[in-house]
Design a protein around this ligand. Structure first.
Ligand code: NAD
Length: 391
């Protein structure tokens, strides 16, 4: 029987298997993931800040997918593309006829000296919990050390991850101060960002509102400054040093290391795919989500990696695997963004939406939109609708 191997149970992998079942493909569908659970990667910053618990953003993969999907819990080490096999850490190699690689992202340090060793970063539940643990332990340590650097948190990079994390931290600091009996005004949060403009992808009035909001919460933002090195407890730039015992690294992402370990022609572990999302010269291999690089047909520029685009890609890939199995022509991927939502803690944020018109939103309303977006993804992935209807 034909085997379709889907690697990774993030947004893209979960959506792919759901759509393959929907397409009623006559094939064995195998979903491989290193954990038995799916997590909402767009909410990891909330785990890192401590505003949410892992159980709030995870669910069991087996509960969420159809019985028609075989779930294998194992880590993918690499893909033996010559022999069409997935090499696993524990189990026997899995032979495939079609491969959908949705192995997601890892933190990117761009080779900056000391960044990996001397900062903490997060790309999954365990690392987000480790960030939180490091921050809380360091704050608690102040009681005995009286070292001001124990009360200083530096966030490196002000992309969406950095900004959303700063928003959560601004909200969390008063709680942490109380929890560890610390004077709240002594806890400092600083952000260091290379680009002169923060949240450049949003309209000016929204990015300004977001920055002003964070500053009003006491966060120091230093933009237009490139981090060149991280030493233990020190973030180094050309003209300044920032001393802090919690340094959180959020300067961007690259695709899974499995991409370079498997010999793909890649840049930052992302592979430029064909317009049907297959790999050039390998029509049975598809890449979706953060391991893929998809050029916008009009501008030629690569789309940014977001959960929204991953889900849209998964729909097309599942349809294209079904098309190939049935001897039909595959579809071309096109994408129209529904917009961007950037939270600033649990109760506010900024958003630009292209749904039923064009909306620029700021303030409390955005947190409701964000909740709806999050719930929608859980809702779709976990078949909650079917579950509710069947009871
Ligand atoms: P990013 O690449 O979007 O942002 C990283 C930031 O770090 C950039 O602003 C960059 O200028 C800065 N930076 C890089 N090197 C630096 C250096 N040496 N010194 C100082 N600053 C430096 O990465 P991200 O925020 O991790 O996001 C990754 C992807 O996920 C993006 O495509 C993003 O759009 C997406 N994302 C979206 C949302 C959302 O839509 N709400 C949330 C999180 C992530």
């Amino acid at each position: 029987m034909t085997t379709i191997a889907v690697l990774g149970a993030g947004y893209a992998g979960m959506r792919t298997v759901k759509r393959l079942v929907h397409e009623k493909v006559d094939a064995r569908i195998v979903l491989i993931n290193n954990n038995p659970y799916h997590y909402e990667s767009t909410q990891l910053h909330e785990i890192a800040a401590g505003t949410k618990e892992p159980s709030d953003i995870t669910f069991d993969i087996r509960d969420a997918v159809s019985d028609k999907v075989e779930v294998v819990i194992d880590a993918v080490e690499r893909i033996d593309r010559e022999h069409s096999q997935v090499i696993l850490k524990e189990g026997e190699p899995l032979a495939y006829d079609y491969l959908v690689n949705a192995l997601g992202f890892e933190s990117e340090t761009f080779g900056i000296p000391g960044a990996e060793e001397n900062s903490v970063s997060f790309n999954n539940i365990d690392s987000a919990l480790a960030v939180r643990e490091h921050m809380e332990k360091t704050l608690a340590n102040y009681a005995t050390s009286h070292d001001e650097n124990d009360l200083h948190i530096v966030v490196c990079g002000a992309g969406f991850t950095g900004i959303e994390l700063l928003g959560e931290l601004a909200w969390r600091v008063p709680q942490l101060a109380k929890q560890y009996s610390l004077p709240e005004d002594l806890i400092r949060i600083t952000c260091v960002e290379a680009s002169p403009k923060i949240l450049a992808m949003l309209p000016d009035n929204l990015s300004k509102w977001a920055v002003d909001y964070l500053i009003s919460k006491g966060i120091e933002i230093h933009n237009g400054i490139v981090i060149t090195e991280v030493r233990p407890g020190v973030v180094v730039t050309a003209d300044q040093e920032f001393h802090a015992n919690t340094i959180i690294w959020t300067t961007g992402v690259r695709g899974s290391h499995v991409i370079c370990d498997s010999g793909y022609d890649q840049k930052r572990n992302r592979v430029v795919v064909e317009d049907d999302l297959s790999v050039k010269g390998h029509p049975n291999e598809f890449l979706v989500g953060d391991v893929s690089a998809v050029p916008d047909a009009t501008s030629g520029r690569l789309y940014p990696t977001t959960a929204q685009i991953s889900i849209a890609q998964a729909d097309v890939v599942a349809a294209n695997v079904a098309a190939r199995l049935a001897g039909r022509e595959p579809h071309k991927f096109t994408f129209k963004s529904l917009g961007t939502v950037c939270s600033l803690g649990p109760h506010t944020g900024v958003a630009e939406l292209n749904v039923m018109g064009h909306w620029k939103l700021k303030g409390h309303k955005v947190s409701m939109v964000k909740r709806m977006v999050n719930d929608r993804s859980v809702f779709e992935l976990a078949h909650l609708k079917e579950m509710l209807e069947s009871n």
